[in-house]
Design a protein around this ligand. Structure first.
Ligand SMILES: [Zn+2]
Ligand SMILES: [Zn+2]
Ligand SMILES: [Zn+2]
Length: 290
């Protein structure tokens, strides 16, 4: 269950804050407490795909504009970003969200990690390094790809490199920003393990082609399931729509939103073909945390 008293937390969080923090709290940053906002719902190359002339890519329908998959949650003690997509800056500008208080990673693939440098501004507002919750494989990749953030070399000016604090993420429940999180291990092809996350009765499971029984048991009784579903045809590392619907059939969540969508799924036609309680997600979709 999501717990915590926002009024008390706000006083704690914002007491003694600078002008910039007040501005972030009051005006520049939208209040998303109690909600998950889907920042991106597209597959790794995004939709439209560069150079593609299909109807989805050229049609311009707003719900077929899919940035790389990620989300942000308004938790009792701040905003928790799930992954740092290469589109992070434009996603946060679009949603008028100016601050994340922590990041939690699903896995280390480029479409989920390489926007990390965009968090550089947040430590100025927070007054400390931004916590990154990452499993060992993700941490290893972060230390390699973003080696400049860990070099220990004197920097030319404040903000030259992101101030990052890695926190080890294990496959067991923990608390972050005043909320309980249950990591849900997922299979993502033969070479990659992914963590889904359950917050109360809402679960976020991206980048998977198979969910083992032990993890399925962590996903029962959901109000909302957010689930990978790339396209109709099978794929070696992602669920197809029929495979995703089999999981929905077994878990029976009240509602399901499909994410990590390719250009083969046209919002304007395909959403009518899904069962009543299953929907194609779209960038900017908001889900109430329960
Ligand atoms: Zn991905
Ligand atoms: Zn296309
Ligand atoms: Zn992936």
């Amino acid at each position: 269950m999501i717990s915590g008293n926002w009024t008390v937390v706000r006083e704690l969080l914002w007491s003694g804050m600078s002008k910039q923090e007040q501005r972030i709290d009051g005006k520049a940053s939208r209040d998303i407490r109690g909600k998950m906002v889907l920042l991106g719902t597209g597959t790794s190359v995004g939709v439209p795909c560069l150079g593609c002339e299909c109807d989805v890519c050229t049609g311009g329908h707003p719900r077929n504009q899919r940035t790389r998959t990620s989300a942000i949650l308004g938790l009792p003690e701040g905003n928790l970003l799930i992954d740092t997509s290469p589109d992070l800056r434009t996603q946060l500008l679009r949603e008028k969200i100016a601050i994340a208080h922590a990041v939690i990673y699903t896995h280390e693939h480029a479409d989920h990690l390489h926007g990390l440098d965009d968090v550089r501004l947040f430590p100025f507002i927070l007054g400390h390094a931004i916590p990154l919750y990452a499993a060992q494989g993700v941490e290893d990749r972060i230390r390699r790809v973003f080696d400049y953030a860990f070099s220990g070399r004197e920097h030319t000016h404040p903000g030259a490199v992101p101030q990052l604090e890695l926190r080890h993420l294990e496959e067991k429940p923990f608390r972050v920003l005043g909320a309980d999180v249950i990591p849900v291990p997922l299979v993502h092809g033969p070479n990659c393990r992914v963590l889904g996350f359950r917050f109360g009765n809402v679960a976020y499971c991206t980048d998977t082609n198979r969910i083992e029984q032990e993890s399925m048991n962590l996903l029962r009784g959901l109000d909302v399931l957010i689930l990978d579903s790339l396209r109709m045809r099978p794929h070696p590392t992602h669920l197809s729509v029929p495979e995703a619907l089999d999981i929905v059939e077994e878990l029976q969540p009240k509602r399901t939103y499909l994410i990590h969508l390719s250009h083969e799924l046209d919002y304007t036609t395909f959403h009518r073909e899904l069962p009543d309680n299953v929907h194609l997600a779209y960038d900017g979709l908001e889900i109430h945390l329960t």
